[in-house]
Write a new protein. Structure first.
Lengths: 367, 542
């Protein structure tokens, strides 16, 4: 047994022969060669470059699984005890690669094809055609513009959520009851909200809200004009998700050091001063986290729109996701739809990165 | 028959105990007859007998009823298949499970067939919402894992156009008596390149529903029921500012859905456009069959879009109509007493009297798609001042198709076709059109009203309601849907553009129509223009 090196974490010191190492490496490289060989052959077969190949890509998948297993086994064969430690992580890493990285690369490929499920020819690479189509697609840009409105609405939601959190943090009667009640909308599926509120309560003819509006002498129309329709979608979405921000902010408020707030009171600060100078700055990291997570939720907004307005009137409420949904489900336009989704993904990554960079200085609690 | 229609008749007729006993006694008498006598007029008596299962007014049929009907209708199968002939054959059937009908009925109908032939059927049940995606993905990825499929005619382009179905053998054509189909379900529907593929089990078309208290002497308008789209627009404008006699709310004329419905909303613009655009001299009215150039921006279609825009401009629609899809116009507006005219499938007729939320049951009347007093001749590029009727055969109805997966195994192929033929049999289909099944009548023989009357139905209602269907089905200038791949993609993108047009984002009806045409051209190029031209011609029987 070796007496040098990292003795603390070494259970046994393996004496691994060169032959064993060579076998392990051969196992990995051999299975990798088989995997790539089969993949190349199948690709050539599918692109009519050779007749040699299989009906489906399943044998290639099996070769991949074989390679993955060989890679795991080789860790132990080549590195012995140390390799076993790698085995704790390696399968999970391979799993992630299989289910995230590969589909992403595949989607990238699909997004540069003209794949329409109704097309007899299947997916055919079409260069930058999809990108050009997107560039001149008024519906997509309109949806992106709407997303800006929707994301801006988060600021209003934040103000309301903060107000509610402060209320629920105060010494009010039946505080626990209200906390549960205020959380209820979050527990509802947005699909249920769109039907119960959007399609029933706000229904122009028999919806109770419409009746009240009519009683008041106005003609109800909640989704008739672009501005009001967009506002109603924002309101329904806000109603569902304000509790989410509220609960995060409430948790933040409860974690605030009481002595600092009490100290501000002793120093004679008014309620507003203590909020402005102490509570709000202390809450900034939680606030920023809540806002960023809410924006990420908001960027996925689709269900309420699909159910209530289908993007109308005239695209005024369309979100990028609801537009892509139509492109996919109604038009089976897989290639173009995937490109739109990929572009949106890139836009989101850039936007969130910039946002985090911008707010990073608020994320640390002031000393 | 649609479930709600059946419920209505059951409720409306209030079948009494005596009538019930009459029916039961007849059944008993038939059961006691010697076999020879029962076979004497076999065909006619089978039809009369199955219509007594379970008996009109005796509650909804159950699995045991479906099995009984299946058993009694096995005669035609027995002529072509010997007992146990398909022993060892396994087939997979993909269909819907809407309202616990469709596949559930097929299971019952086919159980005696399985017992007799020895074949076994495995089932894939799909919800309506999952159906299109499942079918399209199976087709696109080459993973067809079913031998028999229940499918709507609009998908024939996707399936038959790719040669994925098995051609119908001649013995099946004879067994199901295809000559009995209503005219529009005959070729080219169900055929591709002259070959027949479809066993029809349903029929579909849009019919006109109107409020009787709005039309006729002493009515709100004092006018006759409009028969042309021009009259419909006139009367719709005249009604602005008047009060609905039933609800006391503002009165309205025709209800156009101005919001999309996953592609299905386009059928409703088609209702208007077919009268202008479907000239008797050509079956084509959506695309030029030689070039696939969209006709949707020709003067006929532009007129249809303009009609809708005129009514928006005149404030003739109910408030918030911009947000009303076809489901809203039918079930939340027309049936609830808003608006006086509507085009829809058969459901509206039946729901008018059975739905709890309907207030128009006593004042609803039916007719065929209104005409136009001029028609656009696309071949010559001129309007012709002649009256033109062209009922819109929206969706064409369900059929049973056998997939090419059975080719190469004669026994399996015969078994699959025998199962399909059993489901589309002449007698069995009569039962399906008379009892809750989700299917509409689709054969000439389904409109022999005396059979319905004998079975215990109210003749006046059956004649009135089904008459409008029969007139549409057999119309010589019926506008038939193009069965080309991706037809719903065209409809869906048109809905998006129409929504913009109706919201005033395009300058005119022509601009809106041009935008639709441009989007259609893109889809055609993407799917493949040459193949679309070939398939379109094939679907039109050109």
């Amino acid at each position: 047994m070796s007496t040098e090196g990292d003795l603390l974490h070494t259970v046994t010191a393996d004496d691994i022969s060169d032959r064993r190492r060579a076998t392990g490496r051969a196992l990995v490289w051999g299975s990798a060669a088989l995997f790539f060989g089969l993949a190349l052959m199948q690709f050539a077969h599918d692109t009519d470059r050779t007749t040699l190949g299989f009906d489906t890509w399943r044998p290639v998948l099996f070769a991949y699984l074989l390679w993955a297993t060989a890679l795991c086994a080789a860790q132990v064969i080549v590195n012995g005890e140390k390799g076993k430690r790698t085995l704790f992580v390696l399968p999970a890493a391979l799993f992630v690669i299989s289910l995230v990285v590969f589909p992403l690369l595949f989607a990238l490929y699909i997004s540069f094809t003209d794949w329409n499920l109704a097309s007899l020819n299947g997916p055919q690479p079409n260069g930058w055609d999809n990108m050009r189509q997107m560039w001149s697609d008024a519906f997509y840009w309109n949806a992106l513009k709407n997303m800006v409105y929707y994301v801006l609405a988060v600021t209003v939601e934040y103000v309301i959520a903060f107000g509610l959190a402060l209320l629920l943090n105060a010494q009010i009667r039946a505080r626990k009851f209200f906390r549960v009640v205020f959380l209820l909308p979050l527990m509802l599926s947005p699909v249920a909200v769109s039907w119960m509120v959007g399609k029933s309560m706000l229904e122009v003819r028999f919806g109770p809200v419409s009746r009240i509006v009519r009683e008041m002498g106005f003609e109800p129309s909640f989704f008739g004009t672009p501005e009001i329709a967009r506002f109603m979608i924002m309101a329904m979405d806000a109603w569902t998700f304000i509790p989410f921000m509220m609960i995060m902010l409430l948790a933040g408020l409860q974690a605030l050091p009481r002595e600092v707030i009490e100290a501000s009171k002793v120093d004679g600060a008014t309620g507003w001063q203590s909020f402005k100078e102490v509570i709000f700055p202390l809450m900034l990291p939680v606030s920023v986290t809540a806002i960023v997570i809410r924006i990420i939720f908001k960027l996925k907004l689709a269900d309420i729109i699909i159910n209530v307005t289908s993007g109308g009137p005239g695209g005024a409420t369309d979100s990028v996701t609801s537009f892509i949904f139509r492109e996919y489900r109604d038009r089976s336009n897989v290639g173009y739809g995937t490109l739109l989704a990929m572009v949106y993904l890139v836009l989101i990554v850039i936007f969130i990165t910039l946002l985090l960079k911008l707010v990073s200085r608020f994320m640390e609690r002031p000393a | 028959m649609k479930v709600d229609l059946y419920n209505y008749i059951r409720a409306a007729q209030k079948m009494n105990r005596r009538q019930m006993l009459k029916g039961t006694a007849a059944m008993g008498a038939v059961a006691m007859m010697p076999k020879g006598a029962a076979h004497a007029d076999g065909h006619a008596s089978v039809r009369a007998e199955i219509l007594k299962i379970p008996g009109v007014g005796a509650g909804s049929p159950t699995d045991s009823d479906w099995q009984k009907v299946g058993e009694m209708c096995l005669g035609a199968t027995k002529e072509n298949v010997t007992e146990g002939e398909f022993a060892g054959v396994e087939l997979t059937f993909m269909g819907l499970n809407n309202q616990n009908l469709h596949n559930f009925l097929f299971r019952g109908f086919l159980k005696p067939w399985e017992a007799y032939t020895g074949a076994k059927i495995n089932w894939i049940d799909l919800a309506q919402a999952d159906y299109n995606a499942r079918l399209q993905q199976s087709i696109a990825t080459g993973t067809v894992d079913f031998d028999i499929v229940e499918m709507g005619a609009p998908f024939e382009g996707d399936v038959l156009g790719r040669g994925m179905a098995s051609e119908m053998p001649d013995w099946v054509k004879e067994q199901i008596d295809m000559d009995d189909y209503v005219d529009y379900l005959k070729a080219p529907v169900g055929t591709w390149d002259g070959k027949t593929y479809r066993v029809s089990i349903d029929g579909d078309c849009h019919t006109f529903a109107y409020r009787k208290d709005y039309f006729g002497e002493g009515s709100l308008t004092g006018r006759d029921v409009p028969t042309t789209w021009q009259e419909i627009n006139e009367v719709s404008k005249e009604l602005v500012g008047k009060e609905d006699p039933l609800t006391g709310l503002p009165a309205h004329g025709y209800l156009d859905p101005l919001k999309g419905w996953g592609g299905f909303g386009f059928y409703f613009l088609e209702n208007r456009a077919s009268a202008y655009a479907k000239h008797p001299n050509s079956p084509a009215w959506l695309f030029d069959p030689e070039t696939m150039k969209p006709m949707v921006n020709n003067p006929a279609w532009v007129q249809a879009i303009q009609d809708v825009m005129d009514l928006i401009e005149a404030g003739a629609y109910p408030a918030d109509q911009i947000n009303a899809d076809p489901g809203t116009t039918a079930f939340q507006q027309f049936l609830a007493g808003t608006g006086s005219m509507l085009m829809w499938w058969g459901d509206v007729g039946s729901s008018a009297r059975t739905s709890d939320t309907s207030v128009v049951g006593d004042v609803v009347g039916f007719g065929i798609n209104p005409a136009s007093d001029r028609v656009y001749n696309a071949k010559d590029g001129v309007w012709e001042e002649t009256l033109n009727e062209a009922p819109n055969m929206a969706y064409i109805g369900w059929g049973v198709y056998v997939m090419a997966t059975v080719e190469g195994d004669e026994k399996k192929k015969k078994a699959a076709w025998s199962a399909a033929a059993h489901l589309g049999g002449k007698d069995l289909s009569l039962w399906a059109s008379a009892y809750p099944s989700g299917f509409q009548p689709y054969r000439q023989s389904h409109f022999q009203f005396e059979e319905w009357e004998e079975a215990g139905y109210d003749r006046a209602f059956v004649e009135d309601y089904l008459g409008s269907n029969a007139d549409s089905y057999n119309h010589p200038n019926a506008a038939i849907e193009p069965r080309i791949p991706g037809i719903f993609q065209y409809y869906s993108v048109a809905e998006d553009e129409l929504a913009k047009g109706y919201a005033g984002q395009y300058g005119s009806a022509q601009e809106t129509a041009d935008a639709i045409a441009a989007a259609w051209e893109k889809i055609t190029d993407q799917i493949g223009r040459d193949s679309q031209i070939a398939l379109y011609k094939a679907s039109l029987g050109l």
